[in-house]
Design a protein around this ligand. Structure first.
Ligand code: ATP
Length: 617
């Protein structure tokens, strides 16, 4: 398939914000693509070269791209820089300059394959002289590109492809192309993605063997599974009621979620909650796991928590975050901030998948698989059958320094559900008891310049919740407190590459920030209450026509959620549930029902859908 055709689809995608149209456009590209190009086309459209968990990075900076454009267009890099400053978009600049070029070589003949291989070559170029080699490779792609192709080649190279195609929309498009849009097919495709975390692979299987081929996809060491997630409850009694009077309670450890993959040959890979490989940051865990895990290949899950080097007691989460992202100093920090992996689940034991087994069986398997030691321990786990036992366990957990408890269903249906949030796991935290609401993880979508001391840089940020049904980021608050000067500086620096002039696709808000920011970074905030607002768009129309949910008096907690990607942020459905719960609590305490126009309806969140057994495992 020619890259030109894909560039035309991208242009169509850029012109619409309607999910149905986007889905139809991608479905069309999927149908038109030959089988061999399908996975490449889908990775490219997401701005990737390989599934996200492989962490393949291009390493192309603005200056490098400018040099490549200069060569292809026959102008100086300074000229490219000047033009880019005026347009604010290097992709457009490349397009314009190439349009003015005397005569392209063979425009429109680039294939998807060539583009993909060209970029893969760029990603694999390392070491001395690599910048020049990357410039050459990019320039030779541009030399053969049409102006429109150049726009997207440059945006891809810089990681600013703005066509806004996220996983959920691609899954919709795949179900349209291969399952006639049937909801059951959509569910099957999503299950396959949750199991493999690889949309390219899922698409290839669909193209080769159709929907039934998905059933043959297996859990594989080295390919992370999207983690099973927990719901919240208001009280320990509610948890027991939901779980039929009995449950297993565990300590809820406050650290980093880790999925550990142990291969038969003794190699170990650790994946974070958002499936990034984090093994190199915790080098002491791999040998500890090899010593503790009795059979391989195996996949286990746990929480990586900091402990006091003297007493072995749990330390605050913030300390473990000091070890994230540091390439140097790893050894020193490993001594200063020792960690323990507290394991709570097993997905694969000695090559056998346990995903379809109920939780009690998985826990038994975990206990016989793992030999606890200094760095690898088993999560405290106890059956609970009365509110008194539940309260006593909760007190014990908090006294030990845990964040609360995690209740786990004992029902036969309590299988491991990749990527699903449901009432099979329910979290209950210390802060709920203090009557403070749970924190909210919002995606930054815009920045407002500050005043006074903060003049000249961002003083507050527009945050959005994720709506997976519409694949949209819906604003719910503007947060300006809880940041110190250093944090504001750090944030501005982190966000700079994602600043854009126009509202990014998929962002929905009634506010106009000074700068738009592409949804990438997740911040944790807390606030006083949720209210209805005409300018915010989270769960819009759910409680009153034309009104969305807004968080009042928001405050940044100091926690950057680097372990969450934008689509892992708090969802609009979750905000709607919090709002409904808050209204119930208020109406109880005032003994008056909420006014009819604000009275929340029962939320119809995906997480409240009935349980469903995983397929294809
Ligand atoms: P979520 O993961 O639900 O989106 P979050 O990342 O903000 O939200 P929490 O609300 O703190 O996390 O709760 C879920 C997380 O708790 C799990 O992803 C896991 O990292 C952690 N956790 C700690 N102890 C346990 C346990 N015993 N069983 C399962 N998860 C646990």
């Amino acid at each position: 398939m020619r890259f030109r055709e894909l560039a035309e689809r991208y242009e169509e995608l850029e012109r619409t914000t309607k999910r149905l149209e986007m889905r139809a456009t991608i479905a069309r590209a999927v149908r038109e693509a030959p089988r061999a190009d399908l996975a490449k086309l889908l990775y490219l459209s997401q701005g990737l070269l390989r599934p996200e968990y492989e962490g393949v990075e291009l390493g192309v900076a603005d200056s490098l791209a400018r040099r490549a454009i200069a060569i292809a267009a026959g102008v100086s890099p300074e000229e490219v820089g000047r033009r880019a400053q005026a347009s604010g978009d290097l992709g457009r600049t490349a397009e314009e300059l190439l349009r003015d070029r005397p005569k392209p070589l063979d425009p429109g003949e680039l294939s998807i394959d060539e583009v993909y291989d060209g970029f893969l070559g760029i990603a694999r170029t390392h070491g001395p002289g690599s910048t020049d080699a990357k410039v050459d490779r990019l320039a030779s792609l541009l030399a053969r590109a049409t102006p429109l192709e150049a726009r997207y080649l440059i945006r891809f190279a810089l990681g600013t492809l703005r066509v806004g195609v996220r996983e959920m929309t691609i899954l919709d498009a795949l179900s349209e192309a291969f399952g006639a849009g049937d909801p059951a097919a959509r569910e099957q495709i999503e299950d396959a993605f949750n199991l493999t975390s690889d949309i390219g692979l899922v698409a290839e299987v669909l193209a080769e063997r159709g929907l039934s081929g998905l059933r043959e996809l297996r859990l594989t060491v080295g390919r992370p599974v999207r983690p099973m997630l927990a719901e919240r409850a208001r009280s320990l009694e509610e948890i027991l009621t939901r779980m039929g009077g009995r449950a297993a309670f565990e300590f809820k450890y406050d650290g980093l979620r880790v999925q550990a993959h142990l291969a038969a040959d003794g190699s170990v890979r650790l994946f974070s909650r958002r499936l990034e490989e984090i093994g190199p940051q915790f080098p002491e865990l791999a040998p500890a796991l090899v010593a503790s895990v009795r059979q391989r290949p195996s996949i286990i899950e746990g929480e990586c928590i900091p402990v006091d080097p003297e007493t072995g007691e749990m330390r605050p989460f913030q300390e473990v975050s000091r070890r994230r992202g540091r390439k140097h100093e790893v050894t020193r920090l490993a001594e200063e901030v020792p960690v323990v992996l507290v394991v709570f689940d097993v997905l694969l034991a000695g090559g056998e998948s346990l995903l379809a087994e109920p939780m009690p069986k998985r826990r038994a398997a975990l206990e016989s698989l793992v030999r606890p030691a200094e760095r690898v321990q088993l999560a405290v786990h106890r059956p609970v059958a009365s509110p008194e036992e539940a309260a006593a366990f909760f007190d014990e957990a908090v006294a030990a320094g845990a964040e609360g408890i995690m209740a786990k269903s004992l029902a036969p249906e309590s299988v491991y559900r990749p990527g699903a949030r449901g009432f099979w796991w329910i979290k209950y935290k210390r802060e709920y008891v203090a009557n403070l609401d749970d924190s909210i993880d919002g995606v930054v979508v815009g920045g407002f310049y500050g005043r006074g001391r903060r003049a000249g840089r961002f003083g507050s940020y527009l945050l959005a919740a994720y709506n997976p049904t519409a694949d949209r980021f819906e604003s719910f608050t503007r947060v300006g407190s809880g940041f110190d000067d250093r944090m504001l500086e750090r944030l501005a620096e982190r966000l700079r590459p994602w600043e854009v002039d126009e509202r990014p696709p998929g962002v929905d808000t009634g506010l106009a920030p000074d700068r738009w920011i592409r949804p990438q970074l997740v911040l944790e905030v807390k606030g006083a209450e949720l209210t209805l607002s005409p300018v915010h768009r989270a769960a819009e129309g759910r409680f009153r026509p034309g009104a969305g949910l807004a968080l009042r008096f928001p405050r940044f907690t100091g926690r950057l959620r680097d372990d969450k990607g934008p689509t892992d942020a708090t969802t609009s459905d979750e905000l709607a549930e919090m709002y409904a719960r808050q209204a119930r609590t208020l109406s109880k305490s005032t003994a008056a029902p909420p006014p009819p126009d604000e009275g929340p309806e029962a939320p119809s969140s995906a997480s409240e859908r009935g349980p469903r057994a995983p397929k294809g495992v």
